[in-house]
Design a protein. Structure first.
Length: 331
């Protein structure tokens, strides 16, 4: 991963890391018996998958004598065994075995190793990040219902980008850039609605295709700051599962999984492939700009820029670490 930063102060280092569910791995990256150290949110944690298939995540240092649990540790059954003295921990952070004593202190049995809430959905592993360790406030979004059976995973992509995570999803509200950067013939028009922790965008956009301009619908449901489901419905039907995970305030890991309906014709498959290729091209057009731009705290906006301020007002809720629930609002 290239984590190079500009010598200029771009304003991202001062931004907090939001709370929420964030993708940290795909399901096939953590196999049963595997231990992995992951570095996100300006810190790190240790993840493993037990023999029963469940994934767990804990803080990295053993509470006994401080060994790093991601170094030379192993999975025994469903538990993580520290390499230093072979203390074993379950997914709740409780000590389950100390091989050289019959007496496990009550505090250790109750759970002495801080844990991270983990959930797995549609082939992606998420952890709940909150700087004050508050419990999860919502569940992860699932793929929308497929009209013709089960979605087929077409392809996956990921990028590490030198920018704060807020900027990546804000980009979707920046209507004017679609023409300037991506060559969309007309600025997209649509609705923008907020409901608690969820943001819903429905955009109708004009697109250039080999057969000439056409109108397509882009339907986005974003739950929290780290996850969105985007349906592209035009000459083909594509679902983009997007995850935006902060590595630190200045670096973000962006993941996409692209899904298509089953049983599409050969001709429709070629069109779908071209559509996905164009979407990947667009993010690759955005990345050089993201890698060098500055956070504009008070942007000079004009008519046609899109609902950027409404987006920022909702996103600010993910920085209010003592706030129990959001207001329901619409814009």
């Amino acid at each position: 991963m290239d984590l190079a930063t500009s010598p200029l102060d771009r304003g991202f280092a001062k931004l907090p890391i939001p709370f929420g569910w964030f993708a940290v791995a795909t399901s096939d990256e953590i196999v049963p018996g595997q231990v992995k150290t992951l570095r996100y949110f300006g810190t790190e944690f240790v993840m493993w998958r037990g023999a029963d298939g469940e994934v767990h995540a804990v803080d990295p240092f053993c509470p006994h004598l401080g060994a790093h649990l991601g170094v030379e540790s192993e999975v025994v059954g469903n538990d993580l065994r520290c390499a230093f003295h072979h203390w074993s921990f379950d997914g709740k952070g409780a000590v389950t075995d100390i091989p050289y004593t019959d007496v496990i202190p009550p505090q250790a049995k109750r759970g002495c190793l801080p844990t991270w809430p983990v959930t797995e959905s549609d082939g992606v592993i998420y952890v709940w990040h909150h700087p004050k360790k508050a419990a999860p406030k919502w569940g992860v979004a699932r793929l929308p219902e497929c009209p013709d059976g089960d979605w087929i995973l077409h392809s996956s992509y990921d990028w590490v980008i030198n920018i704060h995570c807020q900027e990546i999803t804000e980009n979707g509200q920046d209507h004017a850039h679609f023409g300037a950067v991506h060559g969309v013939p007309f600025a997209p028009k649509g609705e923008f609605k907020l409901d608690g922790w969820t943001r819903r965008n429905m955009v109708v956009a004009e697109m250039n295709t080999p057969r000439g301009p056409m109108t397509g619908k882009i339907d986005t449901t974003a739950v929290g700051p780290g996850q969105s489901m985007v349906e592209y419905i035009d000459v083909c039907h594509v679902v983009q599962a997007q995850q935006v995970t902060p590595i630190d305030p200045e670096h973000t890991h962006l993941r996409w999984q692209m899904f298509t309906p089953p049983g599409i014709s050969e001709g429709k498959a070629r069109v779908t492939q071209a559509r996905i290729r164009d979407l990947v091209k667009q993010v690759n057009q955005d990345i050089p700009i993201w890698n060098a731009k500055r956070f504009q705290e008070q942007p000079m906006l004009v008519k046609g820029d899109g609902p950027l301020l409404a987006y920022r007002r909702q996103y600010a809720r993910f920085y209010q670490f003592d706030d129990p629930e959001p207001d329901i609002a619409a814009a």
